[in-house]
Design a protein around this ligand. Structure first.
Ligand code: ARG
Length: 665
């Protein structure tokens, strides 16, 4: 129907143009510019009245269709991204007015304090037209855009300001529908095409400590995966463990010496890090040992039984440690380490060689991507014949595209690996493995974690911080805080344990996710456990309070809730009600933005924005009135429902962030 209205509007403007032309001729004749040609005048006058009649009919038809459309769109069944919707209609209008542009500029910005949304295309369009020798002021372009804009159930009105900014004001009806939808059907994602997405994250290395960098990758990767899963995508979460390579030779050789019975009995390696250090020392000092270590790598990579067994035992020790962290943080991930790609690397290298893509370089086989300045070639085969991190990542792309049928691949690692992934993507393109027009591929590189002194995050003695120690300290501090607030007097034992953990892990995750992941971030327990400002503690408490508004109305009232949600019209008359609603309806916009930029901190900003706007609303709009005795005398159901919708959206955000909420505080 929208299309039909657009067509009719188009006809309408051409009739209007015809009328203007006819009227102009009439005026000319009347003013005697062309002599007294009364025959022509009368025929023009007839023409004019005919046109006006057609105009009237068309206008009526459009009004009718708009009415129908608005009544049907008052109950849309899907939440939509407002920015996307506005973009689409402004884009199509621009294209219809300026057919000379194949893909016209269209700029829509989100809410400002002056307007709800804004279209800022007129200025760039004007300069683009100038380049084509068409003079049209940005103000005229803005007017033209507004005149030709098709009907939208979201737009209340538009207003042109300055040199041609178009302020867009939203209808309350749309917000009311959005809120009803959330209340009755839950928080649903905006509709989109379902994709198969591989997210490669966490990915620590066997026998080495999982450090804060891996913690960041784990937290960010899990949250991105949760978001994609919420959107209905088919997500494969992959733990690309560093479980293959030369260091295993020395680990195996060392194990053979220390636990000769390892084939029959699990070796008691308590501290794999220390074990790694010992074997490294021997490797550096003892030629004999070094030789044996090299031999064990070859054996391992060719699948020899005992070496494989030793390797598995070593991996198991690490795996248990990693799993402990994943359990605490409630992160699900499938292990698929570098070793998985051994046979695939062999055939890949062959293929690349056959395609003539590999070059000899001092005994190594290297591959260039784009050969641009500053590019480093990949080392596909080492001079000794072994494979590298580069080889395995070429294999990951191929495997994920060809076997996993991925539409989208995301690698979450520290930003220091940006060059590596740039080369990998370029080489994969060159080898015909990756077609970027069909597959989206991203390296989500994040900044380093810094200590409060602004230097790399280390323990006082300068060692890397053990993650399990870090998480333990988080829970210790979180419990301390809860006791400080005397929560232990209100909560039972289990509730205290849950609150301690949820606050601790929630804070650690939130502190990480709420900063742009591209930047470095300072790890500070004091800051993250603060209950003021943009922190998880503040938000978790705010959330519990919002939930308790309806809950405190008692069982009787809450039993009625489903019926009330269905039947109560939402009122947005108060300025603060409307303000809160306008924040809530941005949820799909925020999701679209995160998808585009792959930066989850927008969701944290949004959550904080909801909480602060809610406070404004709650401070000035009573939801429940009580008398002096504390008895409820009046309930504003629409407002209580607004609280419920707020809580529902917040809960969904927490879920995407991987943060567990609290039942009470
Ligand atoms: N193990 C690597 C590290 O610790 C991260 C691996 C990331 N994934 C990948 N496919 N390269 O830095």
């Amino acid at each position: 129907m929208e299309e039909q209205i657009a067509k009719e509007s188009h006809r309408l403007s051409s009739i209007e143009a015809e009328i203007a032309q006819v009227e102009n001729s009439i005026k000319n004749i009347k003013e005697g510019n062309f002599g007294d040609e009364s025959a022509e005048l009368s025929s023009l006058l007839t023409e004019n009245s005919k046109l006006k009649f057609r105009l009237e009919i068309l206008n009526k038809a459009i009004a009718n269709e708009r009415k129908q459309m608005s009544s049907s769109s008052n109950s849309p069944t899907e939440v939509i991204s407002i920015i996307k919707h506005l973009y689409d209609i402004f884009y199509n209008t621009t294209k219809a007015i300026f057919p000379q542009f194949e893909d016209p500029i269209c700029v829509i910005s989100s809410q400002t304090n002056k307007s709800d949304y804004q279209c800022n295309s007129a200025m760039p369009l004007s300069s683009k037209l100038k380049q084509l020798n068409v003079q049209m002021s940005s103000l005229d372009i803005a007017k033209k855009l507004v005149e030709n804009l098709p009907y939208s159930p979201l737009i209340e009105r538009t207003e042109i300001t300055g040199p041609g900014f178009i302020s867009i004001f939203l209808t309350k009806d749309y917000a009311k529908t959005f809120i009803s939808l959330i209340l009755n059907e839950g928080v649903k994602p905006p509709p989109m095409k379902k994709l198969r997405v591989v997210v490669d994250f966490s990915s620590p290395n066997i026998a080495k400590q999982m450090h804060v960098g891996h913690l960041r990758s784990t937290i960010i990767g899990d949250s991105i995966s949760r978001l994609l899963e919420f959107l209905g995508h088919d997500v494969l979460r992959i733990n690309h463990l560093g479980d293959w390579g030369t260091q295993f030779g020395m680990l195996i050789a060392h194990l053979e010496d220390i636990f000769p019975n390892y084939v029959n009995e699990s070796p008691p390696i308590a501290d794999l890090q220390a074990f790694y250090k010992e074997s490294k020392k021997r490797f550096d000092e003892d030629e004999e040992f070094k030789k044996r270590a090299y031999d064990r790598v070859v054996k391992l990579q060719s699948g020899e039984k005992n070496s494989t067994k030793a390797w598995q035992l070593i991996c198991d020790v690490s795996r248990r440690e990693f799993q402990h962290i994943y359990d605490l943080l409630d992160v699900k991930i499938v292990e698929r380490g570098e070793s998985f790609y051994q046979s695939r690397m062999e055939s890949l290298v062959k293929e690349l060689d056959e395609q003539g893509l590999l070059e000899e370089d001092e005994g190594r086989k290297i591959m260039w991507g784009e050969k641009t300045e500053g590019e480093i070639p990949l080392t596909i085969v080492k001079s000794g014949g072994g494979f590298t991190y580069d080889t395995s990542d070429m294999a990951t792309i191929k495997q994920r595209i060809e076997e996993e049928k991925a539409d989208w691949i995301i690698y979450v690692t520290d930003a220091g690996q940006a060059t590596h992934f740039k080369s990998i993507f370029a080489c994969a393109k060159r080898a015909g493995i990756l077609d970027p027009s069909k597959i989206r591929i991203d390296h989500l590189g994040f900044g380093v974690v810094l200590g409060e002194d602004g230097k790399k995050f280390k323990t006082r003695s300068g060692d890397t911080v053990k993650l399990s120690d870090l998480l333990e300290e988080g829970t210790r501090r979180s419990l301390e805080k809860l006791k400080e607030k005397e929560r232990d007097k209100i909560l039972n034992e289990q509730e205290i344990i849950d609150a301690t953990n949820n606050v601790a892990y929630g804070c650690i995750k939130y502190a990480d996710l709420s900063k742009s992941s591209r930047n470095d971030y300072v790890f500070s327990f004091d800051r993250m456990l603060d209950d003021r400002g943009n922190t998880a503690v503040y938000l978790l408490y705010a959330y519990v309070r919002i939930c308790s508004i309806a809950r405190n109305l008692g069982e009787e009232f809450n039993k009625q809730m489903p019926k009330l949600k269905k039947e109560t019209p939402i009122v947005l008359d108060h300025e603060k009600e409307w303000k809160l609603a306008k924040v809530l309806i941005q949820f799909p916009d925020i999701i679209e933005k995160i998808l585009r930029e792959l930066n989850i901190h927008y969701l944290c900003d949004f959550l904080y924005h909801i909480a602060t706007t809610f406070t404004e609303f709650y401070d000035s709009c009573y939801c429940i009135q009580k008398n002096k005795q504390g008895e409820v005398v009046k309930i504003d159901v629409s407002r209580v429902l607004l609280c419920e919708a707020t809580a529902a959206i917040m809960a969904q955000c927490f879920d995407i962030l991987g943060i567990k909420t609290l039942k009470k505080v």
